[in-house]
Write a protein of this length. Structure first.
Length: 399
């Protein structure tokens, strides 16, 4: 017999180091543990742009399409909301910290004024233009082919390492430079400007300006896509994380969405703090970090990922049986039903201690019937389920 039980924390032994909080961005800075205040080196925010749209996410092996989040605030209401979010972010930043706010043409101007007010105009670093080729073409106006990323520091002591974004000049000749070979046999390029000669080697790094044309938008069939609307490419976050944080630093994103910031941060040896109000963002981050795509998998030991969310014990029912043989424990799920009628998209078998769940086996192809097995835990086994409405519950299996 499976009984629904409260659970507010999930610890994955792989996928970190980091933490995710399910909650609203304007409330989280005050609700987060005190350990985060003044300790975050970098914050990247990709909030809703005030479009008035309803965005959707494709989830599960059966391509179920459900709303991921709504973007309905506009005008003064939107600015008031972002004032609360950005004020909280400033409190999270360390003295060396910086904030990158990713917006589009709708809100770039008013948010620039708001950031000048909250951070100080003297702490404005860059207005970065991210240009891309994807999207349609307009005949009623010039086609809109860029986003704006507003880059601010908290203090003059900001950490910024442009070398992290440098790439070798390579063999291509630029600006009518003269090509030659120096005494060490290295290819060099030189140019005379203002009475001075400037010489560069092939390996001399080139640094990006504030107009980024070398990072493409994700196309519809890009293998990096995970079905989440407005997903950004990892290359974009890798550049930002590389120049504005060191390995081991804490990187935060309060609009986690598709989980790109967390994925890039963990791959680059940073810790991450991610948050979002959508249960589908929680699902997307878990899936992206656990690497358990569409298969029953055992989690490998590594840097832990802590997920935090409100407890839910109503809204679904399950038919499940558990067994133990030797050193193994298994669960057979013969049926699942939700009040909404939504099907399962994820299930995990593990151990529940208090209100903390530790999965040991999971599947993203979770249609009932299904079977999961793991090494037998000390104490009762527990099952976690997530359906296509984002409804998450935990079940104590009793053996």
């Amino acid at each position: 017999m499976a009984n629904a039980v409260p659970c507010t924390n999930e610890i994955l032994p792989a996928g970190g180091p980091g933490a995710f909080y399910l909650g609203r961005a304007e409330k989280l800075p005050q609700q987060l543990p005190a350990e985060y205040a003044g300790k975050v080196r970098l914050i990247y925010l990709d909030p809703p742009f005030g479009t008035g749209d309803l965005f959707r996410m494709q989830i599960g092996g059966r391509s179920v399409t459900k709303p991921a989040y709504t973007d309905t605030l506009t005008g003064d209401g939107y600015i008031a909301w972002m004032r609360t979010v950005l004020s909280g972010c400033r409190e999270l930043l360390s003295p060396e910290g910086s904030l990158y706010l990713h917006v589009d043409y709708r809100m770039a101007a008013p948010l620039k004024l708001l950031l000048d007010e909250l951070f100080g105009a003297e702490h404005f670093m860059n207005e970065i233009i991210w240009m891309y080729k994807s999207g349609g073409r307009s005949t009623k106006h010039f086609s809109r082919k860029h986003d704006t990323i507003l880059f601010y520091r908290k203090t003059r002591n900001v950490y910024f390492n442009i070398d992290a974004a440098g790439t070798p000049r390579g063999p291509e000749r630029r600006n009518h430079m003269r090509r030659s070979v120096d005494e060490a046999g290295r290819v060099t390029y030189s140019i005379r400007t203002g009475g001075k000669v400037y010489t560069y080697h092939e390996e001399t790094p080139l640094y990006p300006s504030d107009v980024w044309t070398d990072i493409e938008h994700l196309h519809q069939r890009d293998p990096e896509r995970n079905g989440y609307a407005t997903q950004k490419p990892e290359a974009l976050l890798r550049r930002i994380i590389g120049v504005s944080s060191r390995p081991g630093d804490l990187v935060a994103d309060l609009f986690s969405g598709s989980g790109t910031t967390a994925a890039a941060a963990s791959a680059m040896g940073r810790r991450f703090l991610a948050a979002d109000s959508s249960p589908f963002a929680l699902y997307a981050l878990r899936r992206r970090q656990s690497l358990g795509h569409n298969a029953v998998s055992m989690l490998e030991e590594g840097s832990s990922l802590a997920l935090h969310f409100p407890a839910v014990t109503k809204g679904a029912a399950i038919d499940a049986a558990v067994w133990r043989r030797g050193g193994l424990c298994g669960c057979e799920v013969s049926g699942y039903s939700a009040d909404s009628g939504a099907p399962l998209i994820y299930a995990a078998l593990g151990a529940l201690r208090g209100e903390t769940f530790r999965p040991a086996a999971f599947t993203y192809a979770a249609a009932a019937p299904l079977s999961l097995r793991m090494p037998a835990p000390d104490g009762p086994a527990a099952l976690q389920t997530v359906d296509a409405e984002g409804h998450q519950m935990f079940w104590e299996l009793g053996v």
